[in-house]
Write a protein that binds this ligand. Structure first.
Ligand SMILES: Cc1cc2nc3c(=O)[nH]c(=O)nc-3n(C[C@H](O)[C@H](O)[C@H](O)COP(=O)(O)OP(=O)(O)OC[C@H]3O[C@@H](n4cnc5c(N)ncnc54)[C@H](O)[C@@H]3O)c2cc1C
Length: 430
């Protein structure tokens, strides 16, 4: 009798989940586990933890939902507060596991955690099965070896669209049989992670609820419910409200929603409702997301270093007072402050906002971009290692931007995107 363990990471779903599906096919019994890593909540040299309250809350909600979805298939989810190198290895030994399944992640810390577990499995003759479920185009299908990845997005996108196909969705397992004697435990609370429950700010663009169930509802709402997808290309630079953009990012980041699921739903929408520039543009943005993930895999540790993937550090300072004013939305520049307060009080910020506040930190305040990236990592409910650090590299001029001189002039941006000052008023004066 074969026994498998699925180590869930940023693939918190039962739909289109290669690791879960393969584990249920290869084994008569499986253990599903998620490790909440205490290192995510320890203070970093930046003066705050990697994971703040909004992101942690979204994660816990996603875990509750995944547990429920696994239970409805006959399985369960063990959620443990502990380092995966310890927890996964202990479970393998305790239950006499033959096969390990997990999704490969992009960051260097993620990779070193993986390595410790793989080393153990190799020593004990336990088969390791990895999957690449996070991207739209499967990593093995793109027309480039990682070390030949084009430096410019457009070159990557055009070749990929021409030569590759998005794979079909994988089916959800029909049934899951859990290894006997696996004790289901309560999912830790925010308080156990050392965090207070964050307030729900009535000014928030929308209420984000973690988990696959809410993700699929949002997908349905944005396409079939409101048909907001029809006008995405025109509205995507918006700042206020729920539907100017898809808001899929928090669910994509934790893998509550698969990028392929979005893609195939967009194809259906194009057949049944309308195909236009907007329907294409959502896919275009998902290809950006893929690209940053492949960039992260290609460059590894340099993505996080001061000089970024170009290895060209700027003359940036670390001025704690100036950084704190930026972080807490007290710079005195209304557009920057409004966006930073939205982030602080909700864990979300629009793409237009992110570009502006990041550019302001690096090019106007001349602060080290890594401080800004670390604050985004702490706050953003959609934090994704590759998208965050890839975009920060890009804005800081040390990444994949073909232009060296890109600069977001705040006054010009306000005139274009918040001409009546409604967004600034919403966050600063209402
Ligand atoms: C400095 C900076 C940091 C960022 N950090 C993150 C991050 O940690 N996590 C994250 O998911 N996105 C990040 N982004 C990208 C982008 O801002 C968000 O993906 C987007 O605002 C999420 O809202 P949405 O889902 O409504 O996007 P939509 O406009 O509806 O786009 C659809 C999807 O396409 C993808 N996407 C769109 N733009 C980008 C982009 N520039 N880079 C990568 N993927 C993109 C996202 O998955 C998004 O959900 C960052 C951008 C900047 C400028």
């Amino acid at each position: 009798m074969m026994k498998g363990i699925v180590w869930f990471r940023n693939d918190l779903r039962v739909h289109d989940n290669e690791s879960l599906l393969q584990a249920t096919q290869d084994n008569s019994e499986v253990v599903c586990v998620y490790c909440i890593d205490p290192r995510w909540f320890a203070e970093t040299p930046f003066g705050f933890s990697k994971t703040g309250p909004y992101r942690a809350q979204f994660l816990l909600e996603s875990l509750h939902d995944l547990r429920q979805n696994l239970q409805s298939l006959g399985g369960d989810l063990l959620v443990t507060l502990g380092e995966p190198e310890t927890v996964v290895i202990e479970l393998i030994a305790l239950h006499g596991i033959n096969n390990l399944y997990y999704q490969l992640e992009a960051g260097t810390e993620e990779a070193s955690t993986e390595q410790a577990i793989v080393d153990y499995c190799n020593a004990k003759n336990i088969a390791v099965h990895t999957s690449h479920g996070a991207t739209l185009y499967h990593m093995h299908d793109i027309p480039f070896a990682l070390d030949e990845l084009p430096h410019i997005y457009t070159n990557y996108r055009k070749a990929t669209e021409q030569k590759s196909r998005v794979r079909p969705l994988l089916p959800t397992p029909i049934a899951i049989y859990t290894v006997t004697n696996v004790a289901s435990n309560p999912i830790p609370t925010l308080a156990q992670l050392g965090l207070a429950t964050p307030e729900t700010d009535p000014r928030a663009a929308m209420v984000f609820t973690g988990g696959e169930t809410a993700a699929l509802q949002r997908l349905h709402h944005y396409l079939w419910g409101t048909e907001a997808l029809k006008t995405y290309k025109e509205t995507r630079n918006g700042l206020l409200g729920a539907d100017y953009s898809s808001k899929f990012s928090p669910w994509l980041a934790l893998g509550c929603l698969s990028a392929r699921q979005i893609y195939w739903e967009v194809q259906a929408f194009e057949q049944q409702r309308i195909k236009n520039d907007s329907t294409y543009w959502l896919v275009f943005e998902l290809i950006w997301r893929d690209y940053f993930r492949f960039v992260a895999l290609r460059y590894g540790a340099v993505l996080f270093q001061k000089g970024g993937i170009r290895q060209q550090p700027g003359a940036w300072h670390t001025l704690p007072k100036v950084f704190n004013a930026w972080r807490l939305g007290n710079t005195g520049v209304d557009f920057v402050d409004a966006n930073m307060r939205e982030l602080l009080y909700t864990g979300f910020m629009s793409n237009r906002g992110r570009q502006n506040v990041a550019s302001y930190l690096v090019k106007d305040l001349k602060l080290d971009w890594r401080y800004g990236a670390a604050w985004f990592e702490h706050c953003l409910i959609d934090y994704d290692v590759a998208s965050n650090y890839g975009n920060w590299n890009y804005i800081a001029g040390i990444g994949n931007d073909p232009r060296d001189d890109r600069y977001f002039n705040i006054a010009t941006q306000v005139a274009k995107y918040d001409p009546k000052g409604q967004y600034m008023h919403h966050w600063l004066y209402s």
